[in-house]
Design a protein around this ligand. Structure first.
Ligand SMILES: Cc1cc2nc3c(=O)[nH]c(=O)nc-3n(C[C@H](O)[C@H](O)[C@H](O)COP(=O)(O)O)c2cc1C
Length: 214
């Protein structure tokens, strides 16, 4: 999938997300927020100017959210995003109300909507994590010019081909038909078992920032 497909999935298939923002004391605060629309490079949400959430966004435009779809753990997809959100004002509001008609039940008339304003998540990185597949499936994406994450475990030339990593891998996502063996990044939990057990210290951990875990 391309970045835009992930943004579409978040807005149209999942829609409600749990957002993290930072309060004045530097503590993380979460709240439920709907992703109302998307385009090639951005996600859009709205809020009311009287909310503490609005104050937190104005003080610090760094946000993170996780949006989940599924009945239970093993049928769920989670998409986690870290990004920057800026206020773009009310211009987009009518279009967002047309796209999300349930909003008319919450803010029924024009006068009540005067409190609302729109934010654009204009840059971000994301992680798709699908536990409904076996082995699990994951993917990274970025939008708005942000650099994609590259974290995870990788096998170097020091590999001696002993296959101990495969024996401890919960998802059996290591291709042991070649040497060095190759970790299939799209199926890896990042549990670190391969790193721990490798007698040749051939498994390298790379850091590129991470917003998902299991
Ligand atoms: C499913 C769901 C979706 C919500 N979507 C939004 C939203 O899109 N925008 C918004 O301002 N509040 C939304 N809310 C309400 C906020 O979560 C709520 O106002 C929250 O308290 C805001 O944080 P604050 O109290 O720190 O300001 C939603 C609540 C629920 C339960």
């Amino acid at each position: 999938m391309q970045a835009k497909d992930y943004l579409k999935y978040i807005a149209e298939e999942i829609h409600s997300a749990v957002f993290a923002t930072i309060d004045k004391e530097g503590r993380p605060v979460t709240c439920a927020i709907d992703i109302m629309d998307y385009d090639e490079n951005s996600l859009y949400f709205l809020t009311a100017k009287g909310k503490n959430f609005y104050d937190r966004l104005k003080a610090n435009e760094t946000i993170a959210f996780t949006a989940m779809k599924g009945k239970d753990t093993l049928s769920s997809v989670a998409v986690s995003v870290q990004g920057q959100a800026k206020e773009i004002g009310a211009e987009m509001l009518p279009a967002l109300f047309i796209k999300n008609p349930y909003m008319e039940k919450i803010y029924p008339d024009e006068r009540s909507r005067s409190a609302l304003t729109v934010f654009e998540i204009y840059q971000g990185t994301g992680e798709w994590f699908d536990l409904s597949r076996h082995p699990i499936e994951r993917a990274s994406f970025s939008f708005g010019g942000a650099q994609q994450k590259t974290d995870g475990y990788f096998v170097t030339d020091k590999c001696i081909g002993c296959k101990l990593c495969y024996s401890k891998c919960p998802q059996k996502c290591i291709d042991i038909t070649q040497k060095p063996v190759v970790i299939r990044q799209e199926n890896c939990l990042h549990c670190g078992n391969c790193f721990e057990i490798c007698p040749a210290r051939a498994v390298e951990r790379r850091y590129g920032g991470d917003s998902s875990c299991f």
